[in-house]
Ligand binder design. Structure first.
Ligand code: ZN
Ligand code: FE
Length: 242
């Protein structure tokens, strides 16, 4: 059974450490920075052997070089963005696998936030690392792709087993929720969740990971009925000041 640790970085990033206690391998997912990752691994006695990048943005790759220099780890990331992640050792795309000891991660291509964005799904662990594609009650901005692509991504992620834990790369939940309740004011599950999130954030607690089941019930982007509805909601969120 995999162990996953959360490392807060920058203003609102989460870097995830995925540790396989059997092999002793540890993968760092989307290291915004090196220092907090190296410190947490040291504190836990975890040996970093890999980095998994979901996309090229500097708040997901900024720690690559320094972590590799310190540990000699192997860096895996999206083939379609290899030119923008010069530290990559291994390029992957749809259907490829990354393995952490005996634990397999299947690579899903989920373009839209960036053109080559990937996610790492660990079906045997009921976990997925989604980078900036899916957030608690939100989705990534459409910097390099279309609403149609993001709609397809949301449908695909919604079809994963409902118990799947979703490891997002940012603590955006409160801001997403404030918009979400305007998109679906009559959604009781959403209103209940928002109250819980407000309380958790008031206590400075993290609200990630989430689950596919919770997103299916409360996420206005995953719940959008059409490409057009997702596009409208994404544009409204981009303009939302809550
Ligand atoms: Zn990003
Ligand atoms: Fe990001």
């Amino acid at each position: 059974m995999i162990e996953i640790a959360r490392v807060p970085a920058l203003s609102d990033n989460y870097i995830w450490l995925a540790h396989d206690p059997v092999s002793g391998e540890t993968a760092v997912v989307d290291p915004a920075q090196a220092e907090p990752v190296l410190a947490e691994a040291e504190r836990r006695g975890w040996r970093i052997t890999q980095i998994w990048n979901t996309h090229w943005h500097p708040d997901h790759t900024g720690g690559n070089a320094a972590i590799k220099a310190a540990t000699g780890c192997v860096i895996t990331g999206p083939a379609a963005e290899a030119a923008r992640i010069p530290t990559l050792d291994r390029q992957v795309g749809e259907g490829d696998r990354a393995t952490l000891g005996g634990i397999a991660a299947e690579v899903l291509e989920v373009p839209a936030h960036t053109a080559g964005h990937i996610a790492y799904h660990l079906p045997g662990e009921a976990a997925i690392f989604v980078g900036d594609t899916l957030f608690a009650m939100g989705c990534g901005r459409l910097f390099e792709g279309t609403a149609a692509q993001m709609f397809a991504n949301m449908q695909r992620l919604a079809a994963l087993p409902p118990e799947t834990r979703v490891y997002c790369a940012h603590e955006y939940t409160l801001s997403n929720g404030r918009y979400a309740v305007t998109a679906e004011p009559d959604n009781e599950a959403l209103l209940t969740r928002m109250a819980e999130v407000e309380a958790a954030r008031a206590r400075e607690e993290a609200t990630v990971p989430t689950t596919i089941a919770l997103e299916r019930a409360t996420n206005p982007f995953m719940r959008a009925a059409s490409v057009e509805e997702l596009a409208e909601r994404r544009a409204a969120k981009d303009a939302f000041r809550g």
